[in-house]
Design a protein around this ligand. Structure first.
Ligand code: GAP
Length: 453
């Protein structure tokens, strides 16, 4: 159970997300669609920065990984072979008192008796499996023959395209196929804001290897993934690696770790890193009748590769980034009086807006023109926000609140009015320390690019 302060913190985060345009409830003007979220102008930038960085380090910076982008609509045979049609379900229980549908693990236990968490009712149905997949129909017919599914994970299209990608990329084991894309699960109880949604995105890597490399690569990818989170601003102290027990692990997995983050609502999974053996490729080989074997030129052996899978949630990581960044401190207002400052301390690498540009006064054409020149200078390199309205302190606060790491102010010194030596220099303000330094306009792109890397 979270402490009250954590509940309040989460409420503040949800409210900030809406107020500043990170996340909105989907179909809000019609009452909302439960478990589905829309990302606003800042949320979409944050999400893109996260996905781009994942793609950069997972695909572009490596020789041994290629990418793909599979379809969302999935042939039922794929999901029958993978086991999803038969077994991708959560145990569901109904409360006969308040009619709530509950996941079995959401029941509360008091004095050894299971109760409904909503109304405390003890009149509960027996658990029954509830398949989480969204079913649809392809084409005009709406019978058995036209059923297709919205994919519940991106991984299966990677397995199904394994042979094609192996042939075109001519990679040798070990090598990986990466994908970022939407997945859909009809969660019984979506909750904790975007944490458990019905539509979400995954960043998945299937890293194929020889059987004897599996356990070693599981350790390797666990370390790589922890490094990734640290590089986007989530400290190691807020991450926990759970070794999934033999009983809880999928029967085909020889080892699985859950990387968890310390959310305000408790430690929860961000990503799973699983050694899935040759289960998926073998299943698809059996069901399709097509060989998914790898031919090792050196040993002249044919075998079905094994796979290690780091599978991360985009939306959960975005939520973790916002939770981690959220902070309140004390800062002086325009008159020097201390006030509470709300600041998102995003790592500059993932901040939605990198730099705010402010002319000191909006009614001075020279200051405005110079500020707009700076916007044009920086825009090819980064996201820039121009703001001329309100007192300068207010403008800084508005950028602090959305996590903009740098603020540039064009003042009378920029115009060379006080000291000709300061002509074409500006103040560069750091969001976290609030310290300002004077730098030449022409040096701004290089200075900022270095600090954003
Ligand atoms: N291919 C393996 C797989 O899909 P998973 O643990 O079911 O494994 C991987 O999902 C990641 O996808 C999770 O760690 C989580 O970050 C994200 N995820 C899963 N279900 C989600 C949901 N309902 N809402 C948001 N993210 C979810």
């Amino acid at each position: 159970m979270s402490a009250p302060s954590d509940t309040q913190r989460m409420e503040k985060i949800v409210s900030l997300c809406k107020r500043r345009g990170f996340v909105f409830q989907s179909s809000e003007i019609y009452g909302g669609l439960n478990g589905v979220w829309d990302y606003g102008p800042l949320g979409v930038e944050l999400k893109r920065n996260l996905k781009n960085y994942w793609w950069q380090v997972t695909v572009h910076e490596r020789d041994d990984v290629v990418g793909m982008d599979g379809s969302i609509l999935t042939h039922p045979a794929v999901l029958r072979a993978s086991g999803h049609v038969e077994g991708f379900s959560d145990p569901m229980i109904d409360c006969r008192t308040c009619k709530a549908h509950l996941r079995a693990d959401q029941l509360v236990e008091k004095k050894g008796v299971k109760q409904c968490p909503n109304c405390g009712g003890k009149d509960l149905t027996a658990p029954r499996p509830f398949n989480l997949m969204f079913e649809t129909h392809v084409g005009a017919a709406t019978d058995e023959s036209s059923i297709a599914y919205l994919r519940p994970e991106t991984a299966q299209s990677i397995f199904v395209q394994f042979k094609n990608i192996l042939e075109v990329s001519r990679k040798k084991l070990p090598f990986g196929i990466a994908q970022i894309g939407k997945a859909f699960r009809n969660e019984i109880n979506p909750r904790n804001f975007t944490f458990r949604s019905r539509e979400f995105e995954q960043m998945e890597l299937e890293y194929f290897c020889r059987p004897e490399q599996g356990m070693e690569l599981l350790e390797y990818w666990k370390k790589e993934r922890l490094k990734f989170y640290e590089n986007i601003g989530i400290p190691r102290s807020k991450l926990h690696v759970l070794t999934v027990s033999d009983e809880e692990r999928a029967f085909y997995s020889k080892g699985t770790y859950d990387i968890e983050y310390d959310f305000p609502f408790g430690w929860q999974e961000l990503e799973g890193v699983a050694y899935r053996t040759d289960y998926d490729l073998s299943q698809h080989q059996k069901a399709s009748g097509k060989s998914l074997e790898y031919f090792d030129e050196e040993t002249k052996q044919r075998f079905v590769p094994h796979v290690v899978e780091p599978s991360a949630g985009v939306d959960r990581t975005v939520l973790a980034l916002i939770c981690e960044a959220y902070s309140e401190d004390q800062a002086p207002d325009e008159k020097g009086k201390m006030e509470t400052r709300l600041v998102l301390r995003f790592h500059p690498r993932i901040a939605p807006v990198k730099c705010g540009v402010f002319p000191l006064l909006r009614n001075n054409p020279q200051l405005v023109a110079k500020a707009k020149e700076i916007v044009d200078l920086l825009r090819p390199h980064m996201t820039v926000f121009y703001d001329e309205s309100g007192a300068i302190g207010r403008r800084y606060r508005r950028q602090d609140e959305i996590g903009t790491p740098f603020g540039i102010t064009v003042d009378f010194e920029t115009l060379g009015e006080k000291d000709p030596a300061l002509r074409d220099t500006v103040t560069l303000r750091d969001r976290d320390s609030m310290k300002q330094e004077r730098v030449a306009i022409q040096d701004l792109p290089a200075i900022l690019r270095e600090r954003l890397a």
